[in-house]
Design a protein around this ligand. Structure first.
Ligand SMILES: Cc1ncc(COP(=O)(O)O)c(C=O)c1O
Length: 380
């Protein structure tokens, strides 16, 4: 049998990990909220194995469930997205944006078993993976320069398969450019094509917790636009030390009651993290609507600051309306490594999250200027 490592060596390895993560706030390339100190009061629950398995809307009282908190998180999102007050919403706190998308598109496929899925080429990689998993016939529609779906190409593609119900994955903030598909334009396409059977899933992984707080941003609405499901990542804008997501839907799958867990089997997975609903609930309680709104405004203001500084350097970049994602030409390798930038082809992005303050932006710009040939900075 292998000898167990000594306690000293275990502690040394933990110290090594701690040193390794010391510079984690230099990570500005991914949409993750790193300002999580406010969650410290929840540490006392860390050693309890909360497991929310089952449908959080059922009336079961298990001491190690956090369903009550989970329902409050869903209710907050239902209100933000104008869920019709006279209808029941469904959903749960998932393991992340991917599972939320899987559940949303699964419900679409359940509703229209012979439907065809449409999504833009700018969609997150989880979407083609889900199409493959669910074995749904699908069309990948080109994207516009902005990253939005190409509405004319969508109309042409739907016309080619006019006999099939339409299942749509629309992006409410694409991964790379933060572009928002215009739901009203898509609804107009469906009307023009005389499509009566359709299902709209909105992937709002990052922007889902930002747009409702921006007065000029498009108002995405279950009631007015008749969308069918919505996915939001929990660890992105709201923030959580454990990845998580939210899915909210009009329907639930036609599923069995499982005697062993005393619940309807409405979720993709069985055992579910019970800490993450508590974390999201605590965030909503302690920050409140105004606290989140303030953070959104600060991130957007800092995004514009970064964009203006890059423009002043004549450094190629793009920022979509209502987005905190700054697409920029990929800088030198050592900067990509130091600042943990995400790359796609020749482009990278910086996602201006809560920890990406003006000081952090100035430090990044300082490094960027130093990496540029002299003549490109001299005039600025
Ligand atoms: C648009 C979009 N959808 C879905 C996801 C998947 O989220 P997760 O990593 O939480 O599964 C992401 C992640 O970056 C995303 O940008």
């Amino acid at each position: 049998m292998n000898k167990l490592p000594s306690l000293r060596s275990i502690n040394e390895q933990l110290d090594l990990l701690e040193r390794q993560i010391a510079s984690f706030k230099n990570s500005i390339g991914y949409p993750i909220n790193l300002e999580l100190d406010f969650l410290a009061p929840l540490q006392r629950f860390m050693l309890y194995p909360f497991n929310n398995l089952g449908n959080p809307f059922e009336a079961i009282h298990n001491v190690l469930y956090t369903w009550t908190y989970e329902r409050e998180v869903l209710s907050f999102v239902a209100e933000l997205y104008q869920f019709p007050p006279d209808e029941d919403y469904h959903g749960y706190v998932t393991s992340g944006g991917t599972e939320s998308n899987l559940q949303g598109l699964f419900l679409g496929r359940e509703r229209y078993p012979n439907g065809r899925l449409y999504f833009s080429a700018a969609s997150h990689y989880s979407i083609p993976k889900i199409a493959h998993l669910l074995n749904i016939p699908h069309s990948i529609v080109p994207e516009l320069e902005s990253g939005e779906i190409d509405y004319e190409a969508l109309a042409a593609e739907i016309a080619l398969h006019a006999e099939q119900a339409v299942i749509l994955n629309l992006n409410i903030g694409t991964t790379m450019k933060g572009a928002i598909d215009d739901i009203d334009r898509v609804l107009a396409v469906l009307q023009q094509q005389k499509i009566e059977q359709f299902y709209i899933h909105c992937d709002a992984a990052l922007s889902g917790m930002m747009l409702p707080f921006l007065p000029d941003a498009p108002k995405i609405s279950f009631q007015r636009q008749g969308i069918h499901s919505l996915a939001i990542s929990g660890h992105k804008f709201l923030g959580s030390p454990f990845p998580c997501g939210i899915v909210l839907s009009r329907h639930e799958a036609n599923v069995k009651h499982i005697e062993y867990v005393k619940s309807l089997d409405t979720t993709i997975v069985g055992s579910r993290n019970g800490h993450t609903p508590l974390i999201l609930w605590y965030t909503l309680q302690t920050k409140g609507y105004e606290g989140i709104e303030q953070e959104v405004h600060t991130c957007i203001a800092n995004t514009h600051y970064l964009q203006q500084c890059l423009n002043a350097l004549a450094y190629p970049c793009l920022v979509n309306p209502h987005s905190n994602t700054v697409l920029l030409k990929t800088p030198a390798n050592h900067l990509v490594r130091k600042w943990d930038l995400a790359i796609e082809g020749d482009w990278s992005h910086i996602v201006v999250m809560q920890h990406v303050t003006r000081e952090v932006i100035d430090q990044f710009l300082h490094d960027l200027k130093q990496s540029l040939p002299l003549e490109s900075t001299e005039t600025n």
